[in-house]
Design a protein around this ligand. Structure first.
Ligand code: FES
Length: 100
């Protein structure tokens, strides 16, 4: 059995930002804070809405708390997620929604 951690790539719609590799047990917010990324974080607990993003790619579904907040900050956008709450299971492409 391999003990290698899976790595996923987070790339950005804005080509000015380089893709970032994230290991499966790392927090996306911590990895992006340490790199040059267009995503901003506030509370990191799924409350403030600062980290609302649009996602292209596969992710586990949002839980009820995340869905509730997304109905406020990104109503009607089926691709919106909270970057501080997502668990990466594959590579994705993202853009911030709050600061377009
Ligand atoms: S940082 Fe506040 S909801 Fe994600």
């Amino acid at each position: 059995m391999s003990t290698e951690k899976k790595e996923h790539v987070v790339s950005f719609f804005d080509p000015a930002y380089q893709p970032v590799s994230v290991e499966e047990d790392e927090l996306l917010s911590e990895v992006l804070d340490a790199t040059n990324s267009p995503l901003l974080f506030g509370c990191r607990t799924g409350i403030c809405g600062t980290c609302v993003i649009e996602v292209e790619g596969e992710l586990p579904p949002a839980d009820d708390d995340e869905k509730e907040l997304l109905e406020i900050y990104a109503p009607g956008n089926p691709n919106a997620r909270l970057a501080c709450q997502i668990e990466l299971t594959s590579s994705i492409r993202v853009r911030p929604l709050n600061f377009d």
